[in-house]
Design a protein around this ligand. Structure first.
Ligand SMILES: Cc1cc2nc3c(=O)[nH]c(=O)nc-3n(C[C@H](O)[C@H](O)[C@H](O)COP(=O)(O)OP(=O)(O)OC[C@H]3O[C@@H](n4cnc5c(N)ncnc54)[C@H](O)[C@@H]3O)c2cc1C
Length: 309
């Protein structure tokens, strides 16, 4: 792992900066590259614009590790309302939530209650519901609650991270239950005891996992396969693999983050792939933004530039 990445990920965990970093004007200016704005309506505007280009959306209100039950209730209400509004407007825009934002650190059943309410509302609105994956200590509980939710609701998916050693086993289990998977490389600072330290090993594992997701067993179980990555070489390998195994181009779904690889998103749509962008909004964006900088430390130059206007 590069030194810059490690430093940025450590900064993302700093409590003081989490609370105060979003008030610094030049950091506020720089974040607009990845975020259309802090309000739900800013996200909607961006989702409408991408829909016009044949690109769907996934929405997420930023925030994590909520430790006040009232705040967790507020987050759940916000998502319930958001699902309703999107349904009324008939926009292709699916919710993606973090369990610690729904109160997982306070009480597992509190978070599950909210999760279940969201799944029911999404189900009634004909929408899919995505569950993000957070740091490795949350993986077991996230998967346990996802499996429990799947017993009631068919249209749910969970994020799995290719950097973790355990993910292959998790992926086989989750896909066999018909739960959708959004495969990502992984955004957190994980120890070498649980995650591949070398990026080339993460990339290789990603491709192995992608092949399982597109394989006969996962497809027969009805698991939706989504590749959450901006790695164009990897996407090309996955698309070639799909073609050689008789999976249609339109069944290879790529999700990217708003503001990253826009030209490539459009090319993929032209080539017949299904593409969505994950659009984040909200005022608790500091740790999330630091993870975006850590993914490509060259992004720090954009922050430096915005320091000078
Ligand atoms: C839709 C979506 C959902 C996600 N959900 C989760 C989640 O729930 N849990 C989790 O741990 N992680 C999540 N991630 C983040 C993910 O784990 C990676 O950290 C992130 O996607 C960067 O890895 P990459 O696959 O793009 O590959 P990389 O090899 O890191 O990047 C490939 C290329 O993409 C470009 N790129 C990548 N990141 C950036 C960036 N920030 N800014 C500018 N260019 C960039 C660069 O050109 C780079 O060379 C999500 C990512 C996406 C796209």
């Amino acid at each position: 792992m590069s030194v810059a990445r490690t430093i940025l990920l450590k900064v993302s965990d700093n409590q003081w900066l989490r609370e105060n970093g979003t008030r610094v004007p030049f950091i506020r200016r720089a974040v607009t590259r990845f975020m259309p704005g802090e309000r739900f309506d800013d996200m909607l505007g961006a989702a409408r614009a991408t829909a016009a280009e044949g690109i769907g959306a996934v929405f997420t209100r930023l925030g994590e590790n909520v430790n006040d039950p009232g705040e967790a209730d507020g987050v759940a209400s916000h998502y319930l309302e958001g699902i309703d509004r999107i349904h009324q407007l008939n926009i292709a825009c699916e919710p993606s939530i973090k369990l610690t934002q729904l109160g997982l650190d306070i009480d597992r059943e509190l978070a599950y209650g909210h999760l279940r309410d969201l799944a029911r509302r999404a189900h009634d609105a004909g929408s899919y519901l995505w569950i993000d994956m957070e740091q490795s200590p949350y993986v077991d509980v996230t998967l346990t609650l996802t499996r429990r939710l799947r017993e009631e609701f068919p249209r749910i998916g969970v994020c799995l991270q290719a950097y973790l050693f355990r993910t292959r086993e998790d992926l086989e289990d989750v896909t066999s239950r018909g739960i959708g998977v959004r495969l990502v490389k992984g955004a957190y600072n994980e120890p070498a005891t649980v995650a591949f330290p070398k990026k080339s090993d993460v990339d290789a594992n990603y491709f192995v996992l992608a092949q399982i997701m597109l394989g006969a067993a996962a497809r027969a179980a009805g698991s939706r396969a989504v590749f959450g990555t901006h790695d164009l070489q990897l996407i090309q390998s996955i698309r070639s693999h799909a073609q050689s195994t008789g999976v249609k181009a339109s069944e290879v779904e790529i999700h990217m983050l708003y503001g990253i690889q826009k030209a490539a998103q459009q090319r993929l749509v032209q080539d017949g792939a299904q593409v969505r962008v994950l659009i984040a909004y909200g005022d608790h964006w500091f740790p999330w933004y630091m993870r975006r900088l850590a993914e490509r430390p060259a992004n720090v130059w954009f922050v430096a530039k915005s320091l000078f206007g």
